[in-house]
Design a protein around this ligand. Sequence first.
Ligand code: SF4
Ligand code: SF4
Length: 333
Amino acid sequence: MECDGKPGKPKLAVYWGGSCGGCEIALVNLGERLLALDERLDFFFCPCLLDRKNKDVEELDDGAIALTLFNGAARTTENLEMARLLRRKSRLFVAYGACASSGGIPALANLDTPGSLSRTVFLESPTVENPSRHVPGSSSPYCTPALSLPKLTGSILPLSAIANVDYLIPGCPPEPETVWSAIAILTGADLPPKGSVVGAGTVPVCDECSRIRGEKRLRRFVRFHEAVPRDGECLLDQGIVCMGGATRSGCGALCPGANVPCSGCYGPPEGVADQGAAMVGALGSVLDPGELAALPEGEMAARTDALFEGIPDGAGTFYRYSLAGSLLRRRRP
Ligand code: SF4
Ligand code: SF4
């Protein structure tokens, strides 16, 4: 295969950092539209599809790639290097999906330290066999010259904190309609202002959800597996934490439409800086702890704590995809 790619077609790069591969599946889910994409763009670099080497990218002139979609979190030193290299080589550098946009699920590891994370994942997990005790950052004795595994970064940051990001595509993974409309925008003549989220809406998911919202007075939360949601009625009204009010629209309210609460994968709506804080603030205004004024302080605290028993994992509920991009970012050492 020629390393120059296909002359005449603008080059496309799709790179994965610390990710599950779902963003690549989202591309495959374009179906026949993939052929139209291939007509317009040259898939130049895409580790899950093509055996092209980093050196092929390094040899390109700066700005030679028309569009890079970088998905996954910048979890390792290799991811950081690739983010900076692809940024330099690309005219448009796009955070593709929740992990690149705001850390995604991998950023929940910001609640741990890299050392403890390495021990748990590579040494202590019951399903792991690692007799040579290789962890990120160590070198392999089986290769000559010695090969070193990339180190873990201290914590996960949004891609925009590592390299200059032009646009963001939200979702875990982004829905095919989101991907298609984002690519149409990014390859079109009129680009939106730099830093825009493309391919999605601006308002909350609740605005595109068909469930009927009522007057909310929440006395307790139930975990999703404990409830059988009633059809047509807002899930949050039923005490099931649904992040739709603090999440950007664009998916068509897929999850509530399938009886599953929105977990927030499209990130915060336009103008909201911190998705978790927005959701906690919204819940604060609909909780009904009963009459508290006459209660002793300890009982008052116990009553409000009891309200939250149905939300045992606050970080994983309110910041499932956005911890790295939030005001909190990580657990303080
Ligand atoms: S909270 Fe969830 S179920 Fe209720 S309207 Fe919003 S998206 Fe729909
Ligand atoms: S409903 Fe929420 S979690 Fe589900 S796809 Fe849409 S934004 Fe993501």
